[in-house]
Design a protein around this ligand. Structure first.
Ligand SMILES: Nc1ncnc2c1ncn2[C@@H]1O[C@H](COP(=O)(O)OP(=O)(O)OP(=O)(O)O)[C@@H](O)[C@H]1O
Ligand SMILES: [Mg+2]
Length: 444
């Protein structure tokens, strides 16, 4: 078929060429030339010839949010899906992305037809999963297809109220020569899909594969084009799953929705704190940390294990916590609190498969390590949080009050908090500390 004219554009300096080159002649970078269509559509239908008006004169668009059928997912999204919202959902293979989206599709049929486009599985494969999950929607349309132009036609024809594309890396446009999953294809297809969704006011979920390092596969622009990015986390061999909001143009980020995987698919967990600290042990090295990146705190258990090093180079291993941050904390523990781990292996684990990235976890992780090293348990009725500075000072963090209230709700009687926060909450004693040393003296 006749191809529209394409060009190769350097992603680093903007140099254009009609032929692909391994190295950009303009800036000298390698492998930066990417195939693009010579003529580009309008960006997200904002059009040309818009009015210039002061902020106060612009009327707020009134849109009705639609439920995904899961109350926790709705809450994490800021109250449900907005018309035209494009949501990218990424996660490890086999974590349950297709399962969750099939369940959402089924529940969304109350608003009209749902089009589930699958480039990865056949219709009968998905139908089999649907039967296992107990779904039997007449309005849930399965469409195993990878050619984008065909998908466009079906969207026009069926006029769905929700579109699912599973996964974006399998869809290709015939206008580009590069293969499905390449940077150019992923960018082009997402771009045009987003344009279409905005035009029609239809929300859409796009599944994105991730790389070995855990990043979303494909170009970074993918994340810029979509409105919302969700990260699906959890351990494949365990039954809990966490959906984290990484980006959201229609709500706050950092929100999480917790699910449980069962034979009948994903079930929402409405009390995540109870879930994550349900199996907490009262042994040295275990502490409870009120975690929050969004508005809703969750109590999680942080565990550390410090033991004599097996090899000459001691090991530092983490699960759910940044290993570089651990190195920093070990240095602070040594310098400011006299806790030496030079000759020890150190393991840190956030129980439940959730990953904790906020610095507010510093104090809890440091105390877990100190507790394991000294073989003394941290009292069971205590939670703790605070960021650690290089001089061993405990710094203030966000959402202090929310965190303490959540701890109080679950029957904790004391909270070790940064002294600069000046928190006083009824029903729970706050123990303000200003240094790591002080926290260790109070608790161990
Ligand atoms: N017969 C079954 N009974 C119970 N659970 C099952 C069954 N089959 C699959 N599962 C669960 O569903 C998970 C697979 O989910 P799903 O196919 O939705 O993952 P995915 O994220 O879409 O994976 P991929 O990236 O490969 O498409 C499995 O890891 C397993 O836990
Ligand atoms: Mg899948």
């Amino acid at each position: 078929m006749a191809r529209q004219s394409v060009r190769y554009v350097c992603q680093s300096c903007g140099y254009q060429s009609v032929k692909w080159k391994g190295r950009c002649p303009s800036c000298g970078e390698w492998n930066t030339l990417v195939e693009e269509l010579a003529e580009r559509g309008k960006v997200l239908n904002l059009g040309t010839g818009a009015k210039v008006l002061p902020l106060s004169s612009w009327e707020e668009e009134s849109f009705e949010r639609r439920s995904t059928g899961f109350t926790n997912l709705d809450a994490a999204l800021g109250g449900g899906l907005v018309p035209g919202q494009v949501v990218l959902i990424a996660g490890e293979p086999g974590i349950g992305k297709s399962t969750l989206l099939l369940q959402v599709s089924d529940r969304f049929t109350k608003y009209g037809k749902v089009l589930y486009v699958s480039g990865e599985e056949s219709g009968s494969q998905i139908a089999l999963r649907g039967r296992r999950l107990g779904l039997s929607g007449q309005k849930l349309l399965l469409y195993p297809e990878t050619l984008f132009e065909n998908i466009l036609g079906v969207i026009e024809q069926e006029d769905p109220s929700l579109i699912i594309v599973d996964s974006i890396q399998t869809i290709y446009s015939e206008k580009l020569e590069s293969s499905a999953g390449s940077v150019s294809q992923v960018r082009e297809v997402t771009f045009r899909l987003a344009e279409l969704c905005k035009e029609r006011g239809v929300p859409c979920f796009i599944v994105g594969q991730i790389t070995k390092e855990g990043a979303i596969a494909g170009p970074k622009v993918l994340e810029h084009i979509v409105d919302t990015v969700l990260q699906f986390e959890g351990e494949r061999y365990n039954f809990y799953r966490i959906v984290k909001v990484i980006k959201n143009r229609f709500g706050s980020t950092g929100e999480v929705a917790v699910f449980k995987m069962s034979d009948f698919g994903l079930e929402e967990v409405l009390e995540p704190s109870a879930f994550f600290i349900g199996e907490k042990v009262s042994a040295p090295g275990s502490v409870v940390f009120p975690y929050t990146e969004g508005s809703k705190p969750i109590l999680v258990e942080i565990q550390a294990l410090v033991l004599p090093a097996l090899y000459t180079t001691p090991q530092r291993k983490t699960q759910g916590f940044d290993v570089n941050r651990l190195a920093l904390l070990l240095a602070i523990l040594e310098k400011e609190a006299g806790i030496f781990t030079k000759d020890s292996d150190v393991f840190v684990n956030v129980a439940g498969g959730i990953s904790v990235r906020e610095p507010a976890a510093d104090l809890a992780v440091a105390l877990a390590i100190a507790s394991s090293k000294k073989e003394k348990p941290v009292p069971e009725d205590v939670v703790l949080f605070g960021e650690l500075g290089l001089a061993g000072e405990v710094r203030a963090v966000h959402f202090g009050e929310f965190r303490v209230r959540e701890a109080q709700r679950f029957g904790f009687r004391r909270a070790v908090v940064p002294s600069s926060l000046d928190l006083r909450i009824e029903g729970i004693e706050t123990l303000p500390v200003s240094t790591l040393k002080e926290a260790i003296d109070v608790l161990l």
